[in-house]
Design a protein. Structure first.
Length: 153
């Protein structure tokens, strides 16, 4: 059962790149951009992360915190953060608990080959932990994703 607009996000979100537990309450009082992406250090995912990095101060001024999620492990996330100088944490959802809870894990096709993966999806969460908006894979422009969010706010 995928989470939808109006639902409260789970209390415990997972562990970040340093093994720290990330809770929804860590973001209470702030709007949260909770974005799910397929894989560290791939072209689209790097463009999306860098869009958030390059617009980080504007997003913060608009009241947003940023939190990325993929099924990559903590070590992969640390390398990705260091390489791209990302100023926000990434959750290592290696057990796929979060991607399944949010309904962003499923069958994908690339070059005729079917495989299971993460659908690039962003959840905008309000100050009380309630999902206000969901931006789906077909709507997200990776290089301009931060601007898409800022234009909506």
């Amino acid at each position: 059962m995928a989470l939808k607009i109006g639902d409260k996000i789970p209390g415990i979100l997972g562990n970040d790149q340093d093994g720290n537990e990330i809770k929804a309450s860590d973001y209470a009082g702030s709007k949260l951009v909770l974005y799910f992406y397929p894989k560290d250090n791939t072209p689209g995912c790097t463009a999306e992360a860098c869009s958030f990095r390059d617009n980080f101060s504007s997003l913060r001024k608009a009241g947003y915190q940023i939190l990325g999620v993929s099924v990559d492990d903590e070590k992969s996330h640390r390398k990705f953060i260091e390489k791209q100088q990302l100023p926000f944490p990434l959750i290592a959802d290696t057990d796929k608990k979060l991607v399944e809870t949010f309904g962003v894990w499923g069958e994908k096709t690339l070059a005729g080959r079917k495989y299971m993966g993460t659908f690039r999806t962003t959840f905008i969460v309000n100050e009380s932990g309630i999902i206000e908006d969901i931006i789906g894979p077909k709507q997200i422009k990776t290089k301009e994703h931060a601007q898409q969010i800022l234009q909506q706010s």
